[in-house]
Ligand binder design. Structure first.
Ligand SMILES: *Cc1c(COP(=O)(O)O)cnc(C)c1O
Length: 500
């Protein structure tokens, strides 16, 4: 394990290893115009590029792609990430030429369809969440959080309320929450969870005074638990003048059932790449729109998409860009991830409609509870009550040195993507399992069977787990080395830099 790749059974050839002088992927016809003379400064005697035929290149990359795992390949129960199946119709719509070949600087008259789509998506997200206004600009969830904290700061500032410096964050929160708040210079105060996985109300009350900027709350939280006192939590923070930010990454549990805006959240981000089936995890750009309640609408990033001229029976409305009165400014160079994010999410919402969205959440919660019911006698579940879209089990057994990491790696031998592990931090050896609504009962059963079998192997043949995975192209990686000594160009010959 002293090299990130040496544990592999096979040494993979690089594209340079396959190269042979004179092999060629393209042949151009003789030009029918005079050859231009290239400037001497652009020419060099030697350019060390691999020389291969088209078929060699295709086979090389096709082979590499097969070492990968994706949601199109199999079950991907990566808790908190909502790795649901991404319907292929989204790929068709986002590649329509009118969406794909437009530029954000085009005159608005030439992109009315795009603006209508963005405006409608803003309206739908408002309706889904119960908020007053929505920006589509943020690039992903963490960027949405940062945008949200800046909006909260602008709000406090506009009221001359400048002694608020503390952001309250539950100990079950995603790491991006303290990171986003910390980036704005706020002091982070951690609030513990109680034994049912809710925010500890007593600890919360003790912190609340006029230095509280706000609370960042994920509900359901990363334990998959719906906070049983969510309205009281929000009230406590509001009573001391703070704002409540909702981390909407877990919205897949709530669609059509609860609207965060209705229960008192002041603002929240959506992860279109989680809840609304935009691919992620190497599959495409994220998108993290933010919704805000009425008292924060004036502070949203500019521009938003708005109606510049109302239409009537004969003329459609004219869509364009509008700037909220006290806007915090731009959060992104242009208008957010339009084709890869907004068009796909729009398609997904349009294909489901209100009833379909509600079904999504009901099946997501049902699937998680089914898995929980099948596994709770084999794996210890520290917060064991009806869960929402995910739950967290402990990946350890009494009297065994098998760890969550070993179980996660062994799952790969059974052809499943491992669940999120070692998060949230408040569960020892955490295995965080989120099946999503797109899996059928056969898949859920196969996964539960594998985990039950692995628990048995942990007792009888623990080395199978310690040495897993043994059926993948590469074996167990040295994860610390892989993270600390990242080699992104290992496919280049060592002397490449000298040659170019
Ligand atoms: C995924 C996630 C985030 C961050 O979202 P990104 O889109 O990955 O930046 C924040 N909070 C929770 C609970 C999440 O699951």
């Amino acid at each position: 394990m002293n090299n990130t790749l040496t544990s592999s059974k096979i040494v993979e050839p690089t594209i340079f290893d396959l190269s042979s002088p004179g092999r060629n992927g393209v042949s151009f016809p003789d030009p029918d115009v005079p050859r231009a003379k290239l400037p001497e400064s652009l020419l060099r005697a030697d350019l060390p590029l691999p020389e291969l035929a088209e078929v060699d290149v295709v086979r090389h990359y096709m082979r590499l792609s097969k070492f990968n795992y994706s949601v199109d390949d199999g079950f991907y129960p990566l808790g908190s990430c909502t790795m649901k199946y991404n319907p292929k119709i989204n790929e068709d719509t986002c590649r329509l030429p009118g969406y794909m070949f437009t530029h954000p600087l085009q005159p608005i008259e030439t992109v009315q369809g795009n603006l209508a789509l963005m405006f409608t998506l803003q309206e739908w997200l408002k309706e889904i969440s119960g908020f007053e206004a929505v920006t589509l600009q943020p690039a992903a969830g963490a960027h949405g959080e940062f945008t949200g904290v800046l909006i909260m700061r602008a709000y406090h500032k506009s009221r001359g309320d400048d002694k608020r410096v503390k952001m309250l964050i539950p100990d079950s929160a995603h790491g991006t929450n303290p990171a986003s708040a910390g980036m704005t210079g706020l002091t982070i105060v951690q609030i513990p969870s109680d034994e049912r996985g809710n925010i500890d109300l007593k600890a919360l009350k003790e912190q609340c005074d006029d230095t509280i900027f706000g609370l960042m709350m994920t509900n359901p939280n990363t334990l998959g638990m719906f906070d049983e006192h969510v309205e009281e939590v929000i009230q406590i923070v509001h009573d001391c003048g703070g704002l409540v930010y909702g981390d909407g990454a877990n919205l897949n549990a709530l669609l059509g059932i609860i609207r965060p805006g209705d229960i008192g959240f002041d603002l929240m981000h959506f992860n279109l790449h989680k809840t609304f089936a935009v691919p992620h995890g190497g599959g495409g750009p994220g998108s993290g729109p933010v919704g805000v309640a009425a008292h924060l609408a004036d502070f949203l990033p500019a521009p938003l998409v708005g109606v510049l001229e109302e239409g009537d029976d004969e003329t459609p409305p004219l869509f364009g860009f509008v700037t909220p009165r006290k806007s915090i400014g731009r959060m992104k160079a242009f208008h957010g991830h339009f084709g890869g994010g907004h068009v796909r999410a729009f398609t997904y919402i349009a294909m489901h409609g209100p009833d379909g969205l509600k079904d999504i959440s009901q099946y997501a919660v049902l699937n998680a509870n089914y898995l929980l019911a099948r596994l709770r006698n084999t794996y210890h579940v520290p917060y064991d009550r009806i869960c929402m879209h995910e739950f967290v089990a402990e990946g350890r057994f009494d009297g065994s040195d098998v760890r969550a990491l070993d179980i996660a790696k062994r799952l790969m031998d059974y052809k499943f993507h491992p669940p999120t592990n070692y998060f949230p931090l408040i569960v020892h050896e955490a295995l965080m399992i989120e099946p999503t609504e797109t899996e059928n009962k056969d898949t859920l059963d196969a996964f539960a069977d594998a985990l039950i079998k692995i628990a048995d192997e942990a007792k009888t043949q623990p080395d199978l787990l310690h040495n897993a995975p043994s059926t993948t192209q590469f074996g167990r990686m040295d994860e610390v080395k892989a993270a600390r000594e990242l080699v992104l160009c290992c496919w280049l010959p060592e002397d490449y830099a000298e040659k170019i």
